[in-house]
Design a protein around this ligand. Structure first.
Ligand code: ATP
Ligand code: MG
Length: 285
């Protein structure tokens, strides 16, 4: 697709997201989950909807009756102790794990159906991991345009423009012709984010993208994510950076023993309802 059309599509998508993030509130009474915050009432469908999802590895049930929505333009952060099921939930969203029971709809596709087209799904859902896995023999520009060239089949003549645009978004335009080994860890992670953006995803998943970085490099990556959030990108992220989660999220979801234990607006971190979240927040995890 020519860049101009992609751009128009992106702009209209961002406009839609802004309209959709106009929030009206109503109180909600959810039985098992500790949810004292209002829910978003929107006209459009969520991009992600978990309905009573269950997932086990062998005899261990890792996701226990998870129900969760992410609406266009929304930023939702999953927090919780190690082993609580955060990464598993995230990986289900782009089909890296298959659910055992319940329903999971992502970008209009029913992932609980057999034969769902995962290739099509992954064009729409980006994922960024802790390890950035850039190809060392390719330049930064080649790393970010590889998938658009191969998967989206953009014309080669568009690749340079696309690389400039997405690297500009992550503040690395000056590194466009360098190789990954010439970059810091934080810069490499920003290239990985640019690589994801180059596919024009409707949704990006981030799984602890700063946890392998030295503290002084963490901030630059978090700032990029914050900028994407304020540009209207829909995001589901797993993070241990509580101050960041508090500032960037529309909703915080605290997972505990495979369940959504508590969720709500970011101020649940300052004033938890459950002893488990209180302990988690107070423990420095
Ligand atoms: N592929 C797998 N095979 C078997 N068990 C798994 C697999 N993936 C995850 N698990 C188990 O599922 C549970 C939840 O793991 P998950 O990675 O989702 O936790 P997490 O909340 O992301 O933890 P962390 O904060 O350490 O990343 C853990 O007990 C883990 O050992
Ligand atoms: Mg994890």
């Amino acid at each position: 697709m020519p860049i101009k059309i992609l751009k128009q599509w992106e702009n209209s998508f961002i406009r839609e997201s802004v309209v959709e993030t106009e929030r009206s509130y109503r109180s909600v009474n959810q039985s098992q989950v500790n949810e004292r915050e209002p829910v978003y009432v929107r006209n459009k469908s969520p991009l992600v909807r978990f309905e009573n999802v269950r997932k086990s590895f062998g005899a261990i049930e890792v996701l226990k009756d998870i129900s969760l929505e992410v609406y266009p333009g929304q930023v939702v952060s999953l927090i919780g102790r190690s082993g609580s099921g955060k990464s598993t939930a995230l990986r289900c969203v782009n089909g890296l794990e298959q659910i055992d029971a319940g329903r999971l709809n992502v970008c209009g596709k029913n992932l609980h159906d057999k034969g769902v087209d995962l290739r099509a799904l992954r064009k729409e859902v980006g994922i960024v991991f802790q390890s950035y896995n850039l190809f060392p023999h390719l330049t930064v520009a080649q790393n970010v345009t590889l998938a658009p060239l191969k998967v989206l089949r953009i014309p080669a003549a568009e690749a340079e423009n696309l690389a400039s645009e997405v690297l500009g978004q992550v503040g690395l335009l000056d590194k466009i012709h360098e190789y990954p080994e010439q970059l810091s860890g934080g810069q490499q992670q920003r290239v990985a984010i640019a690589r994801s953006l180059a596919m024009r995803p409707r949704l990006i998943l981030f799984d602890e993208v700063t946890s392998a970085l030295d503290p002084e490099l963490t901030g630059e990556v978090l700032r990029v994510i914050e900028k994407l959030a304020s540009g209207g990108m829909t995001m589901l992220l797993v993070t241990h950076e509580m101050a960041f989660a508090r500032s960037v999220s529309d909703q915080i979801v605290f997972m505990h023993h495979g369940k959504i234990w508590e969720r709500g607006a970011p101020d649940i971190l300052a004033d938890p309802n459950t002893p488990e979240l209180r302990q988690f927040v107070g423990s420095g995890f």
